[in-house]
Design a protein around this ligand. Structure first.
Ligand code: MN
Length: 320
């Protein structure tokens, strides 16, 4: 069964410095192991893909990349350069690698133009945004220009976890809470809910969001969202549909970093069987563990085929 994965990270030497932001959240051993693997897109990575049964990896810059760059012009220039570099990497192995665009959201119009260049000229599959950019989330009014373009291009936007600009007091005193163990999921799920409540998917019905980590817990929450929004302070203007409507229609997820049947079943039930895509989160997760798990995952063969390749082929651009 063909296998595609789409949260598979790499780094260019120029962007390598920005990952220090992420390394505040993971231990030194993981950080030391990750850097050489992120910089490698040659035979070693291909061998790991072969060993774990991965046919095709859609590559993305390991975050946060230029999203924490305060100089907008520099961020725009470095993002374009990294996309050009990725296009060259793909050209070396077009049967094994694809790509998600790296975008400087500091300038939403430039990000929209770069997204268009990446999917039309460089034939990328979509884009990845690493959470907030200098405190601005994707539901901000200035990002309307970006959603208009993404929606018109039918380009899926993958929101990858990152840190908020400041640490909320609830995370103080327990360093373990800050990062992949808990805070990244909270931050990213909140980002997705901001888009729903802001009506982004009402105004842009063709917009597609991708979340990693089995949907960052949102599939588990659908009933409560629908039950509790009516008694909460309504978004303005009010949403014509319940939150679960947008979760099923506009939100998709990957299995990145969650190799377990129970959350998989929840993601399939919460988002629908056409909206779950296999991913690993290389090199932060063991590719072999992901490969072994998906082979034995307790779902029908037809659903497994959707998860492993068919859904990616219909959601991502330029794959067929
Ligand atoms: Mn990741």
């Amino acid at each position: 069964m063909k296998r595609i994965a789409l949260e598979e990270h790499f780094l260019t030497p120029e962007l390598a410095g920005y990952i220090e932001e992420t390394f505040q959240n993971v231990n030194k051993d993981l950080a030391a192991m990750a850097v050489p693997r992120l910089l490698d897109v040659g035979p070693e990575r291909i061998e790991i893909m072969d060993q774990c049964g991965l046919d095709f990896a859609v590559l993305s810059i390991a975050g946060p990349g230029v999203q924490i760059e305060p100089d907008t012009k520099l961020a725009v220039r470095l993002a374009e350069k990294s996309n050009d570099d990725l296009a060259e990497i793909i050209a070396q192995k077009p049967d094994r690698y694809g790509g998600l665009a790296h975008l400087a959201m500091q300038d939403p119009k430039a990000a929209a133009d770069e997204l268009e260049r990446c999917v039309k000229e460089l034939k990328f599959q979509g884009a990845m945004v690493n959470g907030q950019t200098l405190g601005v989330y994707l539901d901000a009014p200035e990002n309307e220009v970006f959603w208009e373009r993404a929606s018109a291009l039918k380009a899926p936007i993958y929101i990858h976890p990152g840190n908020p600009v400041s640490k909320p007091v609830c995370f103080e005193g327990h360093p373990g809470l800050w990062g992949p163990f808990w805070s990244w999921g909270v931050e990213t799920a909140t980002h997705a809910l901001r888009l729903i409540l802001a009506g982004v998917f009402e105004r842009h019905p063709d917009a597609k969001l991708i979340l990693g980590h089995m949907g960052e817990s949102l599939p588990f929450m659908t009933w409560r969202f629908d039950s509790r929004l009516p008694i909460s302070y309504h978004p303005e203007p009010p949403l014509p549909q319940a939150p679960s409507y947008y979760l099923k229609k506009n939100v998709t997820c990957t299995t990145s970093g969650v190799f377990d049947d129970t959350p998989l079943h929840c993601a399939l039930a919460g988002l629908g069987e056409d909206n779950v895509m296999y991913s690993i989160d290389y090199p932060f997760e063991a590719a072999a563990d992901a490969g072994k798990w998906i082979e034995s995952a307790n779902v029908s063969e037809s659903v497994k085929e959707k998860i492993c390749s068919k859904n990616a082929e219909s959601i991502l651009l330029n794959l067929k």
